[in-house]
Design a protein around this ligand. Structure first.
Ligand SMILES: [Mn+2]
Length: 247
């Protein structure tokens, strides 16, 4: 079987006086190292989402800007950062198409929030102001390849298998938003000690895993973190052509 094609939606970035479609090289490199073929999906063309979805075997939703609260039925609070309508709309469409076609999804940071919103959940626009108790520092000042807070991993989860049965791991943290109301088809599989949701998975299958931290920045110091990317690429290979096989 051919190597699985992994779609990674691109963020729009202004470089000089022109916009570029950008993807973090660390995510691209991790997919390549895990045996996948990364394909960068431009997010200025939401009408092409169906074509891109057909092209790929797995969808990697990367880190990025805030999700506009309009996509979960709210108005913005002052603590919202930059958001990008076309990025949000394209990623939400790609997520729903991947779920419908049973193509595996890996969410990283913002990606965990996008998966939850696409499937009917919502997020805190800003953890520090919307959670009524003192939370951890979720936007760490430590370097990105260091962990800064622990997460507790749910018994029997895919994540626990990936981490060889460990129930508590140290992760990095670069977010001020997080999953709030959980989407019906997801379950929480990692939580920080302050109650912030740090990972979600699909309830009834192994198609979706999304983590609030950045494994692609950690795996050089913690080899277990690479297994998150590797397991996703392997699942994308496992489900390759499965849709065609069923029809
Ligand atoms: Mn965190």
């Amino acid at each position: 079987m051919a190597k699985p094609i992994i779609g990674i939606p691109a963020e729009r970035r202004l470089v000089g006086d022109s916009y570029r479609n950008t993807v973090n090289q660390k995510e691209v490199a991790a997919v390549v190292k895990a045996g996948g073929v990364p394909v960068i999906i431009p997010t200025r063309e939401p009408d092409l989402a169906a074509e891109y979805s057909e092209l790929i075997d797995g969808l990697l939703l990367p880190g990025g800007p805030d999700v506009a609260p309009r996509f979960f039925g709210e108005e913005p609070i002052p603590q919202m950062d930059e958001a990008d309508d076309l990025l949000d709309a394209t990623e939400i469409t790609l997520t729903n198409l991947a779920v419908a076609a049973r193509k595996p999804i890996l969410g990283i940071c913002r990606g965990a929030q996008v998966v939850n919103i696409a499937l009917g959940g919502d997020i805190y626009q800003d953890i520090a102001t919307q959670i009524d108790h003192q939370t951890y520092q979720h936007h760490q000042k430590a370097p990105s390849d260091q962990g800064s807070h622990y997460v507790d991993i749910a018994e029997g989860s895919m994540l626990q298998t990936i981490f060889h049965g460990q129930s508590r791991v140290l992760v990095n943290s670069f977010h001020h938003q997080s999953v709030r109301k959980l989407a019906p088809q997801l379950k929480v599989t990692a939580t920080a000690g302050d109650g912030v949701i740090e990972a979600v998975e699909s309830k009834d299958n192994d198609l979706i895993l999304a983590v609030q931290w950045h494994p692609e920045l950690l795996y050089k110091v913690n080899a277990d973190e690479f297994a998150i990317i590797e397991a996703f690429v392997n699942r994308s290979k496992k489900y390759q052509n499965s849709e065609a096989a069923w029809s």
